[in-house]
Design a protein around this ligand. Structure first.
Ligand code: GLU
Length: 465
C-alpha cells in the first residue's frame, strides 16, 4: 500500500490493530482501532492492520472485507496489512524451538479433569492455578497416554518471577507469574491459541506500542515473559478501561454487539462515532470536530484514565446532531447533491439546525421545494386559512415577508401565538415543528404557499363534518 506524504512514518512508532475476522467490528473493538490509529497518526507512526485469523474455522473472508469497509467508513486508514494465517510456518518453527528448549511441555488432562482440579483447589481455598502435574510425567507415562489415544496440549513453563511494566494508561503494573497458570499455547489438535502468534508477530513486525482493552492485562504479563524468552524487547503497553453502558454495569449484550454496520444503517455520521469513541474515557471534552485532523491534534493517550467510561447511544445521537448543525454548506454540498436535495446555501442554513440525521434533508427539501401533505387541526381554522391565503404578500419574498404577513393576519383576525402560527405551520409544512418559518417561507414561495393554504383549508373543513 502506498503512503500519503503526511503519513510516511518518521517516528518509528508502529501500532497494530489485530481483529479476528470472526464477526463484524463492534463499538468496543472500533474504539481500540481508533485509539491505535490516533496514537500512531499523532506520532507520525505507522498503522498495521493485522488479521488474527489463526482460527481457520471461524475466520471468514467476508468478515475481512467487512472490517476493511467499516474502518474505511470511519476514515481510519492503515499503512500495511498482514494475515497471521500466512505466517503459520514461522509460528510452527517457534513452537518447535520452545519444545526443544523444554519451555513447552506436553499435558494430557482432559477439560473435565482440569475442571475437577480447579474445583478441588477452590474448595481448599487455593487459587485455581494449573499444578504442573504434567511436568512430572515420565517418558513411559507419556507413551502410555499416547497409546490411550490422548493427544497432548502444550503449556508454556513460566518463570515464576515478578512481571512488571509501565502501562501508558494504568501506570505501573505487575503480576507475580507464580500466581498464573502456565498458559496453553498449542491445542490438542495442534492448532495455536492466540498467545504465541500474537507475540511472535508483534516482535517480527516491529510493533512498538500495543494498545488494547484491559481484558488483556493478564495476557500482557504472559506475553512480556514470552517475548523476552524469544529474544524480543516487549513493546510499550496501554490498556484502556472497557466501556460500560449508560447504567454502568458492563457493556450489555445489546450494546456490546452494536456493530459499526448498525451505526451506519442508523444514518449516523462517521465523524460523530469517531469523535465520541476517541474521547470516551479521557478527561477531554466530547465535542463535534470538523475532521479527523482535529481529532488527531487533540489526542493525548495520557488523558485516558482508569475509570470505566459509559457508552450511551443517546450521547452519540446528540453529538451527531451537533455535528450536522455545525456543518458548512460547502462541505455538505456533494452529499446534498447525491440526495438530490441541494437547495442552495440559504436552504441549508435554514434547515441544518433541525437535523438529527443527514438523510432528513430530503424531507426538508420537499417542504421547501417539493410536495407536502398540508394539515389542519380544526374546522374553525378553515376560514382563517382562506383569509391567510388571500393576505399573502406580493412577490418578491424575503426574510421580512413572514413578519409582514402574520402581522397583517393578527390585526385582521385577532389571533395570536399558537392560534395564529400553528395552523400556518401545519398548512405550509405538514408538520408541527421545523425550521423558522420566516426563513422557510421565501423558499416555499408564493405559488406553493397559496396552494398549500387552500388545500389545508379543505382539510380543515373536512374535520367539521
Ligand atoms: N485478536 C485479538 C483480539 O481481537 C487481539 C488482541 C490483541 O490486541 O493482542 O482480541
Amino acid at each position: 500500500m502506498s503512503l500519503r506524504p503526511s503519513q510516511v512514518p518518521s517516528s518509528g512508532v508502529r501500532v497494530r490493530f489485530a481483529p479476528s475476522p470472526t464477526g463484524r467490528l463492534h463499538v468496543g473493538n472500533v474504539r481500540t482501532a481508533l485509539v491505535n490509529w490516533l496514537f500512531a497518526r499523532k506520532a507520525g507512526g505507522a498503522v498495521l492492520l493485522r488479521f488474527d485469523d489463526t482460527d481457520a474455522e471461524r475466520s471468514k473472508a467476508a468478515y475481512v472485507e467487512a472490517i476493511r469497509d467499516d474502518l474505511g467508513w470511519l476514515g481510519l486508514d492503515w499503512d500495511e496489512e498482514a494475515f497471521q494465517s500466512a505466517r503459520a510456518d514461522r509460528h510452527a518453527a517457534v513452537v518447535e524451538r520452545l519444545k526443544a528448549e523444554g519451555r513447552l511441555y506436553a499435558c494430557y488432562e482432559t477439560p473435565e479433569e482440569l475442571e475437577y482440579k480447579r474445583r478441588r483447589q477452590r474448595a481448599l481455598g487455593r487459587p485455581p492455578i494449573y499444578d504442573r502435574a504434567a511436568l512430572a510425567l515420565t517418558d513411559a507415562d507419556r507413551a502410555r497416554l499416547a497409546a490411550e489415544g490422548r493427544r497432548p496440549h502444550w503449556r508454556l513453563k513460566l518463570d515464576h518471577d515478578d512481571i512488571r511494566w509501565d502501562d501508558l494508561v494504568r501506570g505501573p503494573c505487575h503480576y507475580d507469574a507464580g500466581h498464573l497458570s502456565d498458559p496453553v499455547l498449542v491445542r490438542g489438535d495442534g492448532t495455536l491459541l492466540y498467545m504465541l502468534p500474537s507475540v511472535v508477530d508483534d516482535i517480527d513486525m516491529g510493533i512498538t506500542h500495543v494498545i488494547r482493552g484491559e481484558d488483556h492485562l493478564v495476557n500482557t504479563a504472559v506475553q512480556i515473559q514470552l517475548c523476552r524468552l524469544l529474544g524480543g524487547t516487549p513493546p510499550a503497553y496501554a490498556h484502556l478501561s472497557l466501556l460500560t453502558d449508560a447504567g454502568g454495569g458492563g457493556l450489555s449484550k445489546r450494546l456490546g454487539s452494536l456493530s459499526v454496520a448498525d451505526l451506519r444503517d442508523d444514518g449516523l455520521e462517521p465523524m460523530a462515532v469517531t469523535a465520541l469513541l476517541a474521547r470516551l474515557g479521557t478527561s477531554d471534552d466530547i465535542a463535534p470536530v470538523p475532521d479527523r485532523t482535529a481529532l488527531v491534534d487533540g489526542f493525548d493517550l495520557s488523558h485516558f484514565g482508569r475509570a470505566t467510561p459509559k457508552f450511551d447511544p443517546a450521547d452519540l445521537g446528540r453529538l451527531n446532531a451537533r455535528l450536522l448543525h455545525a456543518l458548512e454548506y460547502e462541505t455538505a454540498r456533494p452529499r446534498l447533491a447525491a440526495l438530490k436535495a441541494d437547495g442552495g446555501p440559504v436552504f441549508w442554513d435554514t434547515i441544518r439546525g433541525n437535523l438529527t440525521r443527514f438523510a432528513e434533508v430530503a424531507e426538508w427539501h420537499a417542504v421547501a421545494f417539493g410536495d407536502v401533505v398540508p394539515r389542519a387541526r380544526a374546522a374553525e381554522d378553515a376560514g382563517f386559512l382562506r383569509a391567510a391565503r388571500e393576505a399573502l404578500p406580493e412577490a418578491p419574498w424575503d426574510a421580512g415577508t413572514w413578519g409582514t404577513w402574520t402581522g397583517a393576519l393578527k390585526a385582521a383576525t385577532g389571533r395570536k401565538g399558537k392560534g395564529l402560527f400553528l395552523p400556518l405551520r401545519l398548512a405550509l409544512t405538514g408538520l408541527e415543528h421545523g425550521p423558522e418559518l420566516a426563513a422557510l417561507l421565501p423558499l416555499i414561495g408564493p405559488a406553493r404557499a397559496a396552494d398549500r393554504l387552500a388545500r389545508a383549508a379543505v382539510v380543515a373543513e373536512g374535520l367539521g363534518r
